[in-house]
Design a protein around this ligand. Structure first.
Ligand code: ATP
Ligand code: MG
Length: 462
């Protein structure tokens, strides 16, 4: 007997098929209803909701694809498996594109039928579980702004909890757009420093000299233009938290100065001689792989170890795809309100499926932009206008115009990713070979693989 027992509606104009399915599904413990047309099916569902619909495609009157569309619109959580004859496999493809959960090519063996049904039901159970789990996670940790309830994110929450109340240095690493800023402020506001300031410095935004005066301050007359004394961010964050964002970008000279400050807890303002002591907690963040930077000689090893007291790795979105529906819902609500769209704005299942399948090189930031744009375009009750960049295939995008909403950086990263994956595929995963083919060093390839978080499964399945 199957583990998940469900209410299933079978829709087929062929009486023999209906009967056979009923016998097999009942044997597995399911409750089965039969309909011979789309209209009859819709009537039955209106009267009593079902968990799963198994529908034929070609039937007199409305087709199974029309039923699918109607179900998606009115009962988005109902699972739908489409059945087609051997000769019309393209219907199955069409159905999957329109948001069917699975398809069956008739005739189907009993085992195959039960496997497909179980899988569709398990996904439904998972969805319900996810919503529940999310509630639990939010209740337990009280995170309002950080969305995510996958095991990967729960681990991040636990690390935040563990470290918040200490004054330990934190090193946050993760690809672009994964929420490092959100996490930094979560750490601050959960620590007993929350009464003092949370100050962020983007280390990539300023040239060396200015960055130093920004961090440590300067005395009046320290350099041309220093018309008055200036307190640096380390002082402004005294008693609180200083987030050194994009730490991977600081120059060698600044690295030395920073190391000294972290070791002694003291510094002098630029142009000053008085040592200043502060109680500032530092959170450093970067979207680079700092250890590779150390290996490549771009980042001081001693500073790396000094910063790396407590490491939090934020996973890319494609490694926690179950968070995608939550994030989509969250941003749909937020932007519907902000842009005056329907508060009931719903996401068609087929659209959600596309969002789930996409690999999100720009992570949550990218998802947020895609959803915001779509919400603005959605004048009705359904989310429309979701536009995802096509993955550049095999050859360089050349001088092509970027797909709408995609930044140059995201396009380049995506392109680089494809090139690397193709090269690794061609070399059967042998990195040394792939590096030779690409004309780069092995360590350079390794650095890029780490930076783009390319995994074996990307090479095998993509
Ligand atoms: N888990 C999340 N839940 C809700 N919003 C998120 C989440 N992660 C990121 N965001 C949102 O995505 C955007 C990018 O996040 P953030 O600026 O924190 O990224 P980052 O990791 O600092 O990226 P970068 O390395 O490019 O600076 C922000 O608007 C943030 O609010
Ligand atoms: Mg950031």
């Amino acid at each position: 007997m199957s583990e998940l027992v469900a209410r299933i509606l079978v829709v087929d104009d062929d009486k023999a098929v209906r009967a056979a399915l009923r016998v097999n599904l009942r044997k597995a413990g399911h409750e089965v209803q039969l309909a011979q047309s789309v209209d009859e099916a819709l009537r039955m569902i209106s009267e009593r909701p079902v968990d799963l619909v198994l529908t034929d495609v070609a039937m007199p009157g409305r087709t199974g694809l029309e039923l699918l569309a109607e179900l998606r619109r009115r009962w988005p959580t109902v699972r739908v498996v489409v059945m087609t004859g051997y000769g019309s496999v393209e219907d199955a493809v069409g159905a999957m594109k329109s948001g069917a959960d699975d398809y069956i090519i008739k005739p189907v063996s009993r085992n195959e039928l039960l496997v497909i049904v179980d899988k569709a039901l398990a996904e439904k159970a998972l969805l319900a579980e996810l919503v529940q789990l999310r509630q639990q996670v939010q209740d337990q940790y009280g995170y309002k702004e950080i969305i995510g309830c996958t095991a990967e994110m729960v681990e991040v929450y636990e690390l935040i909890e563990t470290v918040a109340d200490t004054s330990a240095l934190v090193l946050l690493q993760g690809p672009t757009g994964t929420g490092k800023e959100l996490i930094s402020s979560a750490i601050h506001y959960r620590s007993d420093r929350r009464g003092a300031a949370f100050v962020r410095v983007n280390c990539a935004a300023l040239p060396e000299g200015l960055l130093e005066s920004e961090l440590f301050g300067h005395e009046k007359g320290a350099f041309t233009g220093a018309v008055r004394q200036h307190r640096g961010k380390f002082e402004q964050a005294d008693g609180g938290t200083l987030m050194l964002d994009e730490i991977g970008e600081i120059t060698a000279t600044t690295q030395v100065k920073l190391l000294r400050v972290l070791e002694s807890g003291e510094f002098t303002r630029v142009g000053g001689s008085e040592p200043i002591k502060v109680d500032t907690r530092v959170i450093a963040a970067t979207n680079r792989d700092l250890l590779s930077e150390v290996r490549e000689g771009r980042f001081r090893e001693d500073l790396y170890y000094r910063l790396n007291v407590f490491n939090i790795q934020v996973p890319p979105l494609k490694d926690r795809r179950d968070d995608v529906p939550l994030l989509v819902d969250h941003f749909v609500k937020r932007f519907a309100e902000r842009h005056g769209r329907s508060p009931e704005l719903s996401v068609p299942a087929a659209t959600m499926q596309r969002l789930l399948n996409y690999h999100w090189p720009g992570n949550v930031r990218e998802l947020q932009h895609v959803v915001e744009r779509a919400v603005i375009l959605s004048k009705g009750a359904e989310l429309t206008g979701v536009k995802l960049p096509e993955a550049p295939q095999g050859r360089p995008p050349g001088a092509e115009v970027l797909p709408d909403g995609m930044t140059l950086q995201a396009a380049l990263l995506e392109y680089e990713r494809r090139v690397l994956i193709e090269a690794l595929k061609a070399a059967d995963g042998v990195q040394a070979q792939a590096a030779r083919d690409l004309g780069i060093s092995r360590s350079n390839l390794n650095y890029r693989i780490n930076r783009l978080r390319i995994q074996i499964k990307d090479i095998v399945y993509e």
